[in-house]
Design a protein around this ligand. Structure first.
Ligand SMILES: [Zn+2]
Length: 266
């Protein structure tokens, strides 16, 4: 919270994020009618989300009943989603109202949802003044955004961008980006990594490959960008095409996805 309070960003960080057209850059994973859900740039733990009303108010009593109801619904559904996506053992939920109560941004109330794992607390915050996080924000963002696409927008499959570790090439399947069906009982990202692991010497989730705007999630498939090195046995079937070759072969929709991903993970 010292970082948050010390940021030089003018205005309110939540109102700025809401006004931004770049939901990936501002870490918004979902926009509702009265409230939105955003990843904390300075997480207490991996997967730390905040449910934030669109209205810039300090106190729950100043919100419309519709906003309060939607925040409660979003909190419930994202708790379920985080358990699936992050595999956490528990969750902390709470609001700090006013700086005396610990709010870093007191003027715009927000509800924290923090995933917890058994044994996740350690001495680092005390002796080092810092937290240890095992995952980069772009990967966490992609995991949660893909799950939102499935749970809120009923996406039945996911586009998989398998990219060379130096981002110079991408795998195609019949001159399109490969798609995988999502399972009902496993998170989208885990389904993807489980499917490609047998063909990979190495693979790592890089980030979100789809459009930036969360509003487009109702119409577009989720897309995950993955650093991929095929195993020796899979080299023949998982050929990496150069980005130029891929750009000329892909249909327009897939080319747009590739351009989004390259712009973010290059
Ligand atoms: Zn605000």
């Amino acid at each position: 919270m010292a970082y948050v309070a010390g940021t030089a960003e003018p205005g309110c960080v939540f109102c700025n994020a809401l006004a931004s057209n770049d939901d990936v850059g501002s870490l918004i994973v979902y926009r509702g009618v009265y409230a939105f859900v955003i990843l904390n740039l300075y997480p207490y733990n991996t997967g730390h989300l905040m449910v934030v009303p669109n209205a810039h108010v300090r106190d729950p009593a100043a919100l419309s009943s519709g906003a309060r109801a939607e925040m409660a619904e979003l909190t419930a559904s994202f708790c379920t989603g985080l358990r699936l996506v992050m595999g956490c053992d528990g969750l902390n939920i709470g609001m700090n109202l006013g700086s005396a109560a610990g709010a870093g941004i007191a003027d715009h109330l927000h509800q924290h949802i923090v995933p917890r794992w058994i044994g996740d607390a350690n001495f680092m915050p005390i002796v080092g003044g810092t937290k240890v996080l095992p995952e980069l924000l772009p990967a966490t963002y992609a995991k949660i955004r893909a799950e939102v696409a499935r749970q809120k927008f009923a996406a039945g499959s996911v586009i998989v961008l398998l990219m060379a570790p130096d981002r110079s090439g991408v795998c195609l399947s019949d001159e399109a980006l490969p798609r995988l069906p999502v399972a009902s009982d496993t998170s989208v990202w885990r389904t993807v990594l489980n499917a490609i692991a047998p063909q990979a010497a190495a693979c790592e989730l890089l980030g979100w490959g789809g459009a930036s705007s969360t509003v487009s999630d109702a119409a577009e498939l989720p897309a995950l960008a993955i650093s991929f090195t095929p195993s020796v046995a899979a080299t023949a079937t998982c050929r990496l095409w150069s980005l130029g070759e891929a750009g000329s072969l892909l249909p327009d929709d897939d080319r747009a996805v590739l351009l989004h991903a390259v712009s973010r993970v290059a």
